[in-house]
Design a protein around this ligand. Structure first.
Ligand SMILES: [Zn+2]
Length: 363
């Protein structure tokens, strides 16, 4: 059933989103290993910076040439978000206070310094898609939607998790070949069910610079009680949905700027999700023509996004419950066609995204 499948998918998605928020809020403890640290004075000298301190909130601001990093202090070994130029979150180990002395972890200094250096070199952000994550829906004990058909006297069993994997793996290898300089990830390569935290950990494992983004493509197949329902759909984040991209705990920390920051990020990432969806949709439409109906681009409040800051789409390839779609979904040539058209859509997006943002600053 379509709605049932939808709500199950979305249930998972909402849970993941909730977990992402937890991850944003969480202060991740590091192993107890000693961290190289510097005192405030050494740090300021290292960064050639000006320092402001808010003793009430135990937070500080480092300023270099009009660019700022705002940070909280915490326990030695914790991580938290620092905020760069009121617009970007930096996941860094926190500075800590010991016997009245403020210490900065080496990683904090190195990251902040490289951010300041980048902004000096490149006043216009030269955005790049550094990573692409492919997520074959379901897997292992979770089959996704399934349906049996008799086609030309032959019994076939159409299983969503297998279709999603076949298309995803092909898409993955195409992207790997096309983008040797980008990190291409896939959430599973066999009939396994990576836990939600596994999928999140994988997306979060990609180190991204300030000017880099990761995009996320989830592959699924659809189902409906109405066996005549057929065709493909591309889902993306609803740009009209007024949702908190920045979670409430972060918002508490940056009470005043959080709503502004949220608006900026929400607008940016929803727009990009919509563009990515549109390119994939268009390529699928061109590729399949009349052989597979285009059911439209759909917007919904979902789903797995890296720190909720990742352009993300979900593709419903076709209906396992429709006999014509089932033929496409069990035929190697048309599965290639699916992965090929999604691949082209991603290429279109990456080309546009990197050209648009890189054109000015590369002069
Ligand atoms: Zn699904």
């Amino acid at each position: 059933m379509r709605t049932k499948t939808r709500s199950r998918c979305m249930g998972v998605i909402r849970l993941v989103t909730a977990m992402m928020f937890y991850f944003i809020a969480a202060v991740n403890p590091l192993p107890a290993a000693e961290t190289a640290a510097r005192t405030l004075q050494q740090t300021l000298t290292a960064l050639n910076a000006v320092f402001y301190w808010d003793s009430l909130f135990q937070s500080g601001m480092i300023s270099v040439n009009g660019h700022n990093v705002v940070f909280n202090t915490g326990q030695h070994g914790q991580r938290d978000y620092a905020l760069y130029d009121n617009s970007r979150l930096l996941d860094l180990p926190v500075p800590w206070i010991n016997k009245g002395v403020l210490y900065f972890p080496e990683e904090f200094i190195v990251s902040v310094r490289s951010i300041f250096e980048n902004s000096a070199l490149n006043e216009t952000f030269n955005f790049k898609i550094a990573a692409i994550m492919i997520d074959p829906g379901h897997g292992g004990k979770d089959t996704g939607a399934t349906s049996n058909h008799v086609i030309k006297g032959k019994k076939i069993n159409v299983v969503e998790k297998d279709i999603a994997l076949a298309v995803s793996k092909d898409l993955y290898s195409k992207l790997k070949t096309a983008f040797p300089g980008k990190k291409i990830l896939i959430s599973r390569t066999g009939d396994t069910y990576p836990s939600l935290s596994d999928r999140i950990a994988m997306a979060n494992s990609v180190p991204l610079r300030d000017n880099e983004a990761i995009i996320y493509i989830s592959i699924h197949a659809n189902a409906s009680f109405n066996k005549r329902a057929r065709g493909f759909e591309v889902w993306f984040l609803d740009p009209r949905h007024d949702r908190m991209v920045i979670d409430k705990n972060t918002a508490k920390e940056y009470k005043e700027i959080a709503p502004i920051l949220n608006d900026i990020l929400q607008e940016e990432f929803n727009r990009e999700s919509g563009q990515l969806a549109a390119f994939i949709y268009q390529e699928m439409k061109e590729s399949f023509g009349s052989s597979l109906p285009a059911r439209g681009m759909k917007a919904e409040d979902f789903f797995v996004v890296r720190k909720a800051l990742m352009p993300s789409v979900l593709v419903e390839l076709a209906f396992v419950t429709n006999p014509d779609d089932a033929v496409l979904l069990t035929n190697a040539a048309s599965l290639k066609k699916f992965s090929d058209s999604i691949y082209k859509g991603i290429m279109d997006f990456v080309t546009m995204f990197e050209k648009m943002s890189g054109g000015v600053s590369s002069q």
